[in-house]
Ligand binder design. Structure first.
Ligand code: NAP
Length: 276
C-alpha cells in the first residue's frame, strides 16, 4: 500500500471517529462485543495438574496454539510442540520453557500438509513417548494460494484437514471433539493482501479475541471436568456444547468424507494406519 492509500484510510477513520455520537456508539459496541466474547470458563480457575501426562499441540509456535501449549506446560505436562519450522519452533520452545519454568517442552517437526511428514512424526512419537494423553490439532492456515502439494493433494485441504485426519488415526483411539476458537487476532491473515490485513487488524484490535482468549475453548475441551468422557461433539468459542452446521451433521456425507480421506492419506478404512 502506498502512502496516499494509507493516508486516505487514516483520514476516513479520523473523520468517522470525530463525531461524538459515533465515538460513544463505538465504545458501547466495543464493550458489548468484548463482554459477549468472554467465555464463562477460565483456565486459571481450573486446578487440573498435568504432571506425568503428555500433550501434543500442532502449530504451537504462534497464535492460539502457542497459548494452549503454554497452559499445558504451566500445568507441568510434558509438551510436544509439533511445528513445521525449526527456527520458529525452537524460539517458542525456549520462550515457553522460560515463562513456565517447565523444561519438559520439546519441539518435533511436523508439516501437516505433507503426509510423509505426518507419518514420520507419528512414528517418532510412537518410538519415543511412553504415553499420549492430549492431542490438539491446531495447525492451520487461511488464504493459501490454490496449489497441489508434491503428494498430489490440495494444499489448504491437506494443511487444515488431511494431515490432522491421518495424525489422529495414527496416534489415537480415544475421545475426540471439535472446537471453534472464535474470531481471534493472530497471524492467521498472513497470506492475504496488505489491505485486507490492515482492515482485519484495525477491526480486530477493538473487537476480536486475543490469542490467549482464543485458546480457551481448546483448553476447556482438553481439561475440564465437564468434557470428561465426552466425544464426537462440537464446542463453541464460549465453551458451550453446540450443534455443528447441517452439512457436518449429515451422516452419509461424513461417511463419504471419511472414505475419501482414508484413500487420499493412504489410511486403511478400519483406521489401522496401513497404507493401500
Ligand atoms: N484466528 C482466527 O480467527 C481463527 C478462526 C477460526 C479458526 N481458526 C483456526 O485456529 C487455528 C490456529 O490459528 P491461529 O489463529 O492461531 O493462526 P496463526 O497465528 O497463523 O497460527 C497458525 C499455526 O499453524 C501453523 N501451521 C500452518 N501451516 C502448517 C503446516 N502445514 N504444518 C504445521 N504447522 C502449520 C503455523 O506455523 P508457521 O508459523 O510455521 O506458519 C502456526 O504455528 C488454525 O487451525 C485456524 O484455522 C482461527
Amino acid at each position: 500500500m502506498d502512502r496516499l492509500q494509507l493516508s486516505s484510510i487514516i483520514s476516513v477513520l479520523s473523520s468517522l471517529t470525530s463525531h461524538p455520537l459515533w465515538f460513544v456508539a463505538s465504545i458501547l459496541l466495543y464493550l458489548v462485543v468484548r463482554l459477549q466474547s468472554k467465555s464463562c470458563w477460565r483456565p486459571r480457575d481450573c486446578p487440573v495438574d498435568l504432571n506425568g501426562k503428555t500433550a501434543i499441540v500442532t502449530g504451537s509456535n504462534t497464535g492460539v496454539g502457542r497459548y494452549i501449549a503454554q497452559d499445558f506446560a504451566r500445568r507441568n505436562a510434558r509438551v510436544i510442540l509439533a511445528c513445521r519450522s525449526e527456527e520458529r519452533g525452537r524460539r517458542a520452545e525456549r520462550e515457553i520453557r522460560q515463562r513456565t519454568g517447565n523444561s519438559n517442552v520439546h519441539l518435533r517437526i511436523l508439516d501437516t500438509s505433507c503426509m510423509k511428514s505426518v507419518r514420520e512424526f507419528a512414528d517418532r512419537i510412537q518410538r519415543e513417548e511412553r504415553r499420549l494423553d492430549i492431542l490438539v490439532n491446531n495447525a492451520g492456515a487461511s488464504g493459501l494460494p490454490t496449489a497441489i502439494t508434491p503428494e498430489g493433494l490440495e494444499l489448504t485441504f491437506a494443511t487444515n484437514y488431511l494431515g490432522h485426519f491421518l495424525l489422529t488415526n495414527l496416534l489415537l483411539g480415544v475421545t475426540v471433539n471439535a472446537v471453534r476458537p472464535g474470531v481471534v487476532m493472530t497471524e492467521i491473515m498472513r497470506y492475504y493482501g496488505l489491505h485486507l490485513r490492515i482492515i482485519f487488524n484495525l477491526i480486530g484490535f477493538f473487537f476480536f479475541k486475543s490469542a490467549e482468549e482464543g485458546a480457551v475453548s481448546s483448553i476447556y475441551c482438553a481439561l475440564s471436568k465437564e468434557m470428561e468422557e465426552v466425544s464426537g461433539k462440537y464446542i463453541d468459542s464460549d465453551c458451550s456444547l453446540s450443534l455443528p452446521s447441517p452439512t457436518a451433521q449429515d451422516a452419509a456425507l461424513a461417511r463419504k468424507l471419511w472414505e475419501a480421506s482414508a484413500t487420499l492419506t493412504g489410511l486403511s478404512e478400519d483406521g489401522t494406519g496401513e497404507t493401500h
